[in-house]
Design a protein around this ligand. Structure first.
Ligand code: UT7
Length: 326
Protein backbone atom coordinates (compact mmCIF):
# COMPACT_ATOMS: atom_id res chain seq x y z
CA UNK A 1 0.00 0.00 0.00
CA UNK A 2 1.32 3.46 -0.80
CA UNK A 3 1.83 6.00 1.98
CA UNK A 4 0.06 9.31 1.77
CA UNK A 5 3.18 11.30 2.50
CA UNK A 6 6.96 11.28 2.85
CA UNK A 7 8.87 12.97 5.68
CA UNK A 8 12.48 13.92 6.30
CA UNK A 9 13.41 11.89 9.38
CA UNK A 10 17.17 12.47 9.49
CA UNK A 11 19.85 14.70 8.00
CA UNK A 12 23.61 14.40 7.64
CA UNK A 13 26.48 16.09 5.88
CA UNK A 14 30.18 15.81 5.25
CA UNK A 15 32.87 18.28 4.25
CA UNK A 16 36.40 17.37 3.21
CA UNK A 17 38.86 18.20 5.99
CA UNK A 18 40.83 20.78 3.98
CA UNK A 19 39.30 24.26 4.31
CA UNK A 20 40.86 26.82 1.99
CA UNK A 21 40.31 30.46 2.92
CA UNK A 22 40.19 33.25 0.33
CA UNK A 23 43.64 34.54 1.29
CA UNK A 24 45.24 31.13 0.79
CA UNK A 25 43.49 30.70 -2.58
CA UNK A 26 44.42 34.22 -3.69
CA UNK A 27 48.09 33.58 -2.77
CA UNK A 28 48.02 30.33 -4.74
CA UNK A 29 46.47 32.05 -7.78
CA UNK A 30 49.13 34.80 -7.55
CA UNK A 31 51.91 32.22 -7.96
CA UNK A 32 50.44 31.63 -11.44
CA UNK A 33 50.07 35.32 -12.24
CA UNK A 34 46.30 35.40 -11.61
CA UNK A 35 45.09 38.42 -9.69
CA UNK A 36 42.23 38.23 -7.19
CA UNK A 37 41.55 39.36 -3.65
CA UNK A 38 39.64 38.38 -0.54
CA UNK A 39 37.82 41.71 -0.84
CA UNK A 40 36.60 41.01 -4.41
CA UNK A 41 35.42 37.50 -3.50
CA UNK A 42 33.63 38.58 -0.31
CA UNK A 43 32.00 41.67 -1.84
CA UNK A 44 30.78 39.91 -4.99
CA UNK A 45 29.80 36.55 -3.50
CA UNK A 46 29.94 36.44 0.30
CA UNK A 47 32.33 33.47 0.09
CA UNK A 48 35.14 33.38 2.68
CA UNK A 49 36.31 29.78 2.37
CA UNK A 50 35.60 26.48 0.64
CA UNK A 51 36.42 22.85 1.45
CA UNK A 52 38.39 20.92 -1.17
CA UNK A 53 38.65 17.14 -1.39
CA UNK A 54 42.14 15.64 -1.45
CA UNK A 55 43.26 14.16 -4.76
CA UNK A 56 41.85 10.67 -5.14
CA UNK A 57 38.82 11.28 -2.90
CA UNK A 58 35.73 10.55 -4.96
CA UNK A 59 32.23 11.97 -4.88
CA UNK A 60 30.81 8.66 -3.60
CA UNK A 61 33.09 8.78 -0.55
CA UNK A 62 31.72 12.17 0.50
CA UNK A 63 28.19 10.91 -0.20
CA UNK A 64 28.68 7.80 1.97
CA UNK A 65 29.88 9.85 4.95
CA UNK A 66 26.88 12.18 4.70
CA UNK A 67 24.54 9.19 4.27
CA UNK A 68 25.92 7.43 7.37
CA UNK A 69 25.29 10.56 9.44
CA UNK A 70 21.74 10.93 8.09
CA UNK A 71 21.01 7.26 8.85
CA UNK A 72 22.32 7.68 12.38
CA UNK A 73 20.16 10.79 12.90
CA UNK A 74 17.14 8.85 11.62
CA UNK A 75 17.92 5.87 13.86
CA UNK A 76 18.01 3.52 10.88
CA UNK A 77 20.43 0.99 9.42
CA UNK A 78 21.51 1.00 5.78
CA UNK A 79 19.55 -2.25 5.37
CA UNK A 80 16.33 -0.31 6.06
CA UNK A 81 16.84 1.75 2.88
CA UNK A 82 15.14 0.68 -0.35
CA UNK A 83 16.03 3.69 -2.53
CA UNK A 84 19.20 5.75 -2.97
CA UNK A 85 19.13 8.84 -5.15
CA UNK A 86 22.34 10.83 -5.56
CA UNK A 87 22.19 14.28 -7.13
CA UNK A 88 25.57 15.06 -8.64
CA UNK A 89 27.28 16.52 -11.68
CA UNK A 90 30.68 15.21 -10.61
CA UNK A 91 30.07 11.44 -10.40
CA UNK A 92 32.91 8.97 -9.79
CA UNK A 93 32.43 7.42 -13.23
CA UNK A 94 30.46 7.77 -16.45
CA UNK A 95 28.79 4.63 -15.08
CA UNK A 96 27.86 2.90 -12.81
CA UNK A 97 25.98 5.62 -11.00
CA UNK A 98 27.40 7.15 -7.84
CA UNK A 99 24.24 5.91 -6.10
CA UNK A 100 25.19 2.30 -6.87
CA UNK A 101 28.68 2.91 -5.45
CA UNK A 102 27.12 4.42 -2.31
CA UNK A 103 24.83 1.40 -2.00
CA UNK A 104 27.85 -0.93 -2.30
CA UNK A 105 29.82 1.01 0.34
CA UNK A 106 26.83 0.93 2.71
CA UNK A 107 26.47 -2.81 2.03
CA UNK A 108 22.73 -2.46 1.47
CA UNK A 109 22.00 -4.28 -1.81
CA UNK A 110 18.61 -4.80 -3.38
CA UNK A 111 16.84 -1.44 -3.45
CA UNK A 112 16.76 0.98 -6.34
CA UNK A 113 19.73 3.32 -6.84
CA UNK A 114 20.32 5.99 -9.45
CA UNK A 115 21.80 9.44 -10.00
CA UNK A 116 20.01 12.65 -10.87
CA UNK A 117 21.81 15.19 -13.04
CA UNK A 118 20.27 18.62 -12.63
CA UNK A 119 23.43 20.44 -11.51
CA UNK A 120 22.76 22.92 -8.68
CA UNK A 121 19.03 22.09 -8.76
CA UNK A 122 19.87 18.41 -8.37
CA UNK A 123 18.90 18.03 -4.73
CA UNK A 124 15.46 19.57 -5.21
CA UNK A 125 14.94 17.28 -8.20
CA UNK A 126 16.13 14.22 -6.25
CA UNK A 127 13.96 15.03 -3.24
CA UNK A 128 10.87 15.58 -5.40
CA UNK A 129 11.48 12.30 -7.24
CA UNK A 130 12.00 10.32 -4.02
CA UNK A 131 8.87 11.90 -2.52
CA UNK A 132 6.85 10.85 -5.60
CA UNK A 133 8.26 7.32 -5.46
CA UNK A 134 7.36 6.97 -1.79
CA UNK A 135 3.84 8.33 -2.32
CA UNK A 136 3.24 5.92 -5.21
CA UNK A 137 4.54 2.94 -3.24
CA UNK A 138 7.75 2.35 -5.22
CA UNK A 139 9.86 2.94 -2.11
CA UNK A 140 9.41 3.32 1.64
CA UNK A 141 12.69 4.65 2.97
CA UNK A 142 15.03 6.64 0.78
CA UNK A 143 18.45 8.17 1.11
CA UNK A 144 18.46 11.38 -0.90
CA UNK A 145 21.97 12.75 -1.28
CA UNK A 146 23.58 15.76 -2.92
CA UNK A 147 27.33 15.24 -3.36
CA UNK A 148 29.94 17.01 -5.41
CA UNK A 149 33.66 17.32 -6.07
CA UNK A 150 33.28 20.44 -8.18
CA UNK A 151 36.97 21.25 -7.66
CA UNK A 152 37.68 18.55 -10.29
CA UNK A 153 35.88 20.39 -13.09
CA UNK A 154 37.16 23.88 -12.32
CA UNK A 155 39.65 25.67 -14.53
CA UNK A 156 42.03 26.91 -11.84
CA UNK A 157 43.30 29.53 -14.30
CA UNK A 158 39.84 31.13 -14.61
CA UNK A 159 39.47 33.51 -11.68
CA UNK A 160 35.87 34.20 -12.69
CA UNK A 161 34.81 30.67 -11.68
CA UNK A 162 37.51 28.90 -9.63
CA UNK A 163 36.96 31.04 -6.52
CA UNK A 164 33.23 30.26 -6.42
CA UNK A 165 32.93 26.52 -5.82
CA UNK A 166 33.70 23.91 -3.17
CA UNK A 167 33.30 20.19 -2.44
CA UNK A 168 30.96 18.45 0.02
CA UNK A 169 27.90 16.29 0.54
CA UNK A 170 24.57 16.43 2.33
CA UNK A 171 21.92 13.76 2.79
CA UNK A 172 18.44 13.20 4.13
CA UNK A 173 16.49 10.08 4.98
CA UNK A 174 13.00 10.39 3.53
CA UNK A 175 10.45 7.92 4.89
CA UNK A 176 6.83 7.01 4.20
CA UNK A 177 4.53 8.54 6.77
CA UNK A 178 0.85 9.19 7.34
CA UNK A 179 1.67 12.74 8.51
CA UNK A 180 2.54 15.31 5.87
CA UNK A 181 6.26 16.07 5.48
CA UNK A 182 6.98 17.13 1.92
CA UNK A 183 4.07 19.49 1.25
CA UNK A 184 4.76 20.55 -2.34
CA UNK A 185 7.47 20.40 -5.00
CA UNK A 186 7.87 22.20 -8.32
CA UNK A 187 10.56 21.48 -10.92
CA UNK A 188 11.46 23.34 -14.10
CA UNK A 189 14.06 23.57 -16.85
CA UNK A 190 14.69 25.75 -19.88
CA UNK A 191 17.28 24.13 -22.11
CA UNK A 192 17.47 27.22 -24.30
CA UNK A 193 19.85 28.62 -21.67
CA UNK A 194 22.13 25.55 -21.59
CA UNK A 195 25.18 27.52 -22.75
CA UNK A 196 25.36 30.05 -19.88
CA UNK A 197 26.61 27.46 -17.38
CA UNK A 198 28.11 24.18 -18.50
CA UNK A 199 30.97 21.72 -18.59
CA UNK A 200 30.87 20.85 -22.25
CA UNK A 201 33.19 17.86 -22.46
CA UNK A 202 32.73 14.10 -22.72
CA UNK A 203 34.66 10.86 -22.98
CA UNK A 204 34.90 9.43 -26.48
CA UNK A 205 37.19 6.74 -27.83
CA UNK A 206 39.34 6.87 -24.71
CA UNK A 207 39.95 10.61 -24.75
CA UNK A 208 38.19 13.67 -23.47
CA UNK A 209 36.40 15.61 -26.16
CA UNK A 210 35.29 19.22 -25.84
CA UNK A 211 36.03 21.50 -22.90
CA UNK A 212 35.95 19.53 -19.64
CA UNK A 213 35.97 22.60 -17.37
CA UNK A 214 33.10 24.62 -16.01
CA UNK A 215 32.33 27.81 -17.93
CA UNK A 216 29.79 30.41 -16.87
CA UNK A 217 28.28 33.69 -17.98
CA UNK A 218 28.01 34.90 -14.39
CA UNK A 219 25.79 37.90 -15.00
CA UNK A 220 23.30 35.95 -17.15
CA UNK A 221 23.12 33.23 -14.48
CA UNK A 222 22.70 35.82 -11.75
CA UNK A 223 19.73 37.54 -13.44
CA UNK A 224 17.96 34.33 -14.35
CA UNK A 225 18.55 32.85 -10.88
CA UNK A 226 16.94 35.75 -9.02
CA UNK A 227 13.92 35.66 -11.33
CA UNK A 228 13.23 31.90 -11.25
CA UNK A 229 13.93 31.51 -7.53
CA UNK A 230 11.21 34.04 -6.85
CA UNK A 231 8.64 32.50 -9.21
CA UNK A 232 9.19 28.88 -8.17
CA UNK A 233 8.96 29.79 -4.47
CA UNK A 234 5.58 31.44 -5.04
CA UNK A 235 4.37 28.52 -7.15
CA UNK A 236 5.40 25.98 -4.48
CA UNK A 237 3.86 27.94 -1.61
CA UNK A 238 0.62 28.29 -3.63
CA UNK A 239 0.53 24.54 -4.27
CA UNK A 240 0.77 23.91 -0.52
CA UNK A 241 -1.80 26.61 0.30
CA UNK A 242 0.79 28.52 2.36
CA UNK A 243 2.21 32.05 2.25
CA UNK A 244 5.78 33.34 2.56
CA UNK A 245 4.90 34.31 6.16
CA UNK A 246 4.38 30.62 6.96
CA UNK A 247 7.98 29.77 6.04
CA UNK A 248 10.06 29.23 9.18
CA UNK A 249 13.31 28.67 7.30
CA UNK A 250 14.32 29.47 3.76
CA UNK A 251 17.20 27.47 2.24
CA UNK A 252 18.03 28.72 -1.24
CA UNK A 253 20.88 27.24 -3.24
CA UNK A 254 24.12 28.62 -1.81
CA UNK A 255 25.87 30.22 -4.80
CA UNK A 256 26.13 33.87 -3.95
CA UNK A 257 24.94 35.79 -0.90
CA UNK A 258 23.70 38.60 -3.17
CA UNK A 259 21.39 36.20 -5.02
CA UNK A 260 20.19 34.78 -1.69
CA UNK A 261 19.45 38.24 -0.26
CA UNK A 262 17.76 39.51 -3.43
CA UNK A 263 15.51 36.43 -3.53
CA UNK A 264 14.58 36.74 0.15
CA UNK A 265 13.80 40.44 -0.33
CA UNK A 266 11.53 39.74 -3.31
CA UNK A 267 9.68 37.08 -1.31
CA UNK A 268 9.56 39.34 1.78
CA UNK A 269 11.20 36.63 3.86
CA UNK A 270 13.30 38.32 6.60
CA UNK A 271 17.02 37.53 6.46
CA UNK A 272 16.86 36.06 9.99
CA UNK A 273 14.86 33.19 8.49
CA UNK A 274 17.40 32.48 5.73
CA UNK A 275 20.02 29.76 6.22
CA UNK A 276 23.33 30.93 4.77
CA UNK A 277 26.38 28.68 4.48
CA UNK A 278 27.88 30.02 1.26
CA UNK A 279 30.40 31.98 3.34
CA UNK A 280 31.90 28.75 4.73
CA UNK A 281 31.11 26.19 2.00
CA UNK A 282 31.12 28.29 -1.22
CA UNK A 283 28.95 26.85 -3.99
CA UNK A 284 28.81 23.06 -3.60
CA UNK A 285 26.20 22.68 -6.37
CA UNK A 286 23.82 19.78 -5.62
CA UNK A 287 25.24 19.45 -2.11
CA UNK A 288 24.57 23.02 -1.04
CA UNK A 289 20.95 22.67 0.12
CA UNK A 290 21.27 19.42 2.12
CA UNK A 291 24.52 20.73 3.65
CA UNK A 292 22.79 23.92 4.78
CA UNK A 293 19.77 21.96 6.00
CA UNK A 294 21.95 19.69 8.12
CA UNK A 295 23.90 22.61 9.59
CA UNK A 296 20.67 24.31 10.69
CA UNK A 297 19.11 21.09 12.03
CA UNK A 298 22.20 20.28 14.06
CA UNK A 299 22.62 23.80 15.47
CA UNK A 300 18.99 23.69 16.65
CA UNK A 301 17.50 26.36 14.38
CA UNK A 302 15.35 23.96 12.35
CA UNK A 303 13.06 21.94 14.62
CA UNK A 304 10.15 19.51 14.32
CA UNK A 305 7.07 21.16 12.85
CA UNK A 306 8.96 23.95 11.08
CA UNK A 307 8.18 24.76 7.46
CA UNK A 308 11.36 24.72 5.39
CA UNK A 309 11.43 26.04 1.83
CA UNK A 310 14.35 24.68 -0.21
CA UNK A 311 15.21 26.06 -3.64
CA UNK A 312 17.75 25.08 -6.26
CA UNK A 313 18.86 26.76 -9.47
CA UNK A 314 21.65 25.99 -11.90
CA UNK A 315 22.95 24.60 -15.14
CA UNK A 316 20.56 23.25 -17.70
CA UNK A 317 19.07 25.80 -17.02
CA UNK A 318 17.18 24.08 -14.19
CA UNK A 319 15.34 25.23 -11.09
CA UNK A 320 13.07 23.72 -8.47
CA UNK A 321 11.69 24.03 -4.97
CA UNK A 322 10.51 21.70 -2.22
CA UNK A 323 8.48 22.84 0.78
CA UNK A 324 8.70 20.46 3.74
CA UNK A 325 7.28 20.29 7.24
CA UNK A 326 10.00 18.86 9.48
O1 UT7 B 1 25.12 27.55 -8.94
C1 UT7 B 1 24.57 28.47 -9.84
C2 UT7 B 1 25.67 29.07 -10.59
N1 UT7 B 1 26.30 30.22 -10.19
C3 UT7 B 1 25.77 31.39 -9.81
O2 UT7 B 1 24.69 31.54 -9.33
C4 UT7 B 1 26.67 32.56 -10.02
C5 UT7 B 1 25.92 33.75 -10.55
N2 UT7 B 1 26.77 34.88 -10.83
C6 UT7 B 1 27.48 35.52 -9.87
O3 UT7 B 1 27.43 35.15 -8.73
C7 UT7 B 1 28.30 36.73 -10.26
O4 UT7 B 1 27.97 37.10 -11.59
C8 UT7 B 1 29.81 36.49 -10.14
C9 UT7 B 1 30.20 36.40 -8.68
C10 UT7 B 1 30.23 35.23 -10.88
C11 UT7 B 1 30.59 37.66 -10.76
O5 UT7 B 1 30.19 38.88 -10.15
P1 UT7 B 1 29.87 40.14 -11.06
O6 UT7 B 1 29.54 41.23 -10.14
O7 UT7 B 1 28.83 39.71 -12.06
O8 UT7 B 1 31.28 40.43 -11.73
P2 UT7 B 1 31.67 40.42 -13.27
O9 UT7 B 1 31.63 39.06 -13.84
O10 UT7 B 1 30.90 41.52 -13.97
O11 UT7 B 1 33.17 40.88 -13.18
C12 UT7 B 1 33.53 42.16 -12.72
C13 UT7 B 1 35.04 42.31 -12.77
C14 UT7 B 1 35.63 41.92 -14.11
O12 UT7 B 1 36.69 42.80 -14.39
P3 UT7 B 1 36.48 44.02 -15.43
O13 UT7 B 1 36.09 43.37 -16.70
O14 UT7 B 1 35.37 44.86 -14.84
O15 UT7 B 1 37.81 44.67 -15.43
C15 UT7 B 1 36.19 40.54 -13.87
O16 UT7 B 1 37.28 40.25 -14.71
O17 UT7 B 1 35.65 41.45 -11.81
C16 UT7 B 1 36.67 40.68 -12.44
N3 UT7 B 1 36.81 39.40 -11.74
C17 UT7 B 1 37.60 39.23 -10.68
N4 UT7 B 1 38.41 40.07 -10.01
C18 UT7 B 1 39.08 39.59 -8.96
C19 UT7 B 1 36.19 38.23 -12.03
N5 UT7 B 1 36.58 37.28 -11.14
C20 UT7 B 1 37.46 37.89 -10.29
C21 UT7 B 1 38.18 37.45 -9.18
N6 UT7 B 1 38.98 38.32 -8.53
N7 UT7 B 1 38.10 36.17 -8.72
Amino acid sequence: MSARHSRIIGTGSYLPRRAVGNDELVRELATRGIESSDQWIVERTGIRQRHLADPGVACSQLAVEAARRALEAAGLQAADIDLIVVATSTPDYVFPSTACLVQKALDAPGGAAFDVQAVCSGFTYALAIADSMIRTGLARRALVIGAEVFSRILDWNDRGTCVLFGDGAGAVVLAADERPGVLASKLHADGRHESILRTAGNVCGGTVLGHPYLTMDGQAVFKLAVSVLDSVARETLDAAGLAADDVDWFIPHQANVRIIQATARKLRIPLEKVIVTVDRHANTSAASIPLALDVAVRDGRIRAGHHVLMEGVGGGFTWGAVLARM
